[in-house]
Design a protein around this ligand. Structure first.
Ligand SMILES: Nc1ncnc2c1ncn2[C@@H]1O[C@H](COP(=O)(O)OP(=O)(O)OP(=O)(O)O)[C@@H](O)[C@H]1O
Length: 366
């Protein structure tokens, strides 16, 4: 998978335009607030249809109503165009001009590594669950569908619990048990390989402490029905579902201690890099081609050896975009970012693109 070009209109602080990307490593450098993260976020959105922003209007440039991103892609010799239109609370996706749902975009097309990934280690269990669920939804469309149905069922069941509708519980419980068991079993299967890959990556990053990933399950497929029935009174009192995979945690242990409480900032960032590296490997194994690698702020919180690891990782995949406040050494092409604009830096390649070349098509409307 290769991102040939990215077009944006009214996306955060980015000036409208089209940037072309060659294979290899593209570096993007510039001062704080220049728009480097916004560029990677737009690329990730156009490649995957995904964003971690719950309020989509945040992505629309202040003062505008709609935004648009477009990725021109090349994969195995064929070309395709993915478009995302954004408005107040809505997102519309098209592939080659045909409207699709988010799950219909290629699921293994990009991995995004960010300094904020440290929150996977130091933040709440929900962030780690979100990492695991997002990854497993990329690996299996069915997992994503089951998870969405499970989450809907939990919130409907919670509403019934809040209204004291104990008589309705057996209906919700049947669905909950079926979906929840599938989710737990899938997580268990995927975790074996994920844990191996993350442990290897952590060692390759120079950590002398072993990284061990385990699932802390709030129940198990074997005891789920029993646990659910046993906590009915508590659930009615609290008005919420207290047992099930929505309460699981992905435990990260470093050198035998829980990383969430004991790891240093740098160790935490290293673990988060290992988790993203594992994601890259799992997606490559599953889909048979390397995702586009997006690395935000390659030097943040990292010592020179770990920076080099990231740059080597970028150089090892067919295409990577690497941002930083300083130039990424070894980049095939480098853009300088300033106030949402990107200009080619240094000697221009023969097939150069000025970075803001073409007009962008209008914002998509239904
Ligand atoms: N919806 C929006 N409309 C207009 N500007 C926005 C919007 N959302 C964010 N911005 C602005 O975009 C600017 C660039 O943010 P971005 O995170 O991309 O910077 P950066 O180059 O990655 O900086 P840093 O090096 O500090 O990480 C910020 O000044 C932010 O206020």
């Amino acid at each position: 998978m290769q991102l040939s070009s990215l077009s944006t209109l009214n996306y955060r602080n980015l000036a409208p335009g089209t940037l072309s990307f060659p294979g290899g490593v593209t570096g993007v450098y510039g001062e704080n607030g220049a728009g480097k993260t916004n560029l990677l976020e737009a690329a990730y959105l156009a490649l995957t249809g995904l964003t971690d922003v719950t309020r989509l209007e945040q992505l629309v440039q202040a003062g505008e109503q709609e935004a648009y991103v477009r990725a021109d892609l090349e994969s195995g010799g064929s070309l395709s165009i993915q478009e995302v239109g954004l408005g107040r609370g809505r997102r519309q996706l098209k592939v080659d001009g045909v409207r699709v749902r988010a799950g219909d975009l290629p699921r293994g097309s990009a991995v995004w590594i960010r300094p904020e990934d440290s929150e996977l280690v130091f933040g709440s269990p929900s962030g780690r669950r979100a990492y695991l669920d997002a990854l497993l939804s990329k690996l299996s469309a069915r997992y994503g569908q089951q998870l969405a149905r499970y989450e809907r069922t939990v919130s409907q069941r919670n509403a019934a619990l809040k209204s004291g509708e104990e008589w309705a519980m057996h209906v919700w419980d049947d669905t909950l048990l079926k979906l929840g068991t599938d989710i737990m079993l899938f997580r268990r299967r995927a975790l074996t390989r994920l844990a191996e890959l993350a442990a290897d990556a952590n060692a390759a990053l120079g950590s002398r402490k072993a990284l061990v990933l385990t699932l802390q399950e709030s129940t198990s497929p074997e005891t789920y029905a029993f646990d659910l029935a046993g906590r009915r009174a508590e659930e009615l009192a609290r008005g919420s579902t207290v047992t099930g995979p929505h309460r699981d945690d992905l435990l990260l242990s470093l050198g035998g201690f829980p990383a969430t409480e004991y790891a240093s900032r740098g160790e935490g960032r290293t673990i988060s890099l290992a988790l993203r590296r594992a994601e890259l490997e799992l997606l490559s194994e599953k889909f048979g081609e390397k995702p586009v690698l997006l690395i935000d702020d390659f030097s943040a919180e990292l010592d020179p050896a770990r920076r080099q690891y990231l740059l080597d990782l970028a150089a090892s995949v067919p295409q990577a975009i690497v941002t930083g406040t300083e130039r990424a050494p070894g980049a095939t092409r480098t853009f300088r970012a300033h106030a949402g604009r990107f200009t080619l830096d240094g000697p221009e390649p023969a097939d150069h693109d000025d970075g803001l070349a073409e007009a962008v098509p209008g914002v998509m409307t239904s």
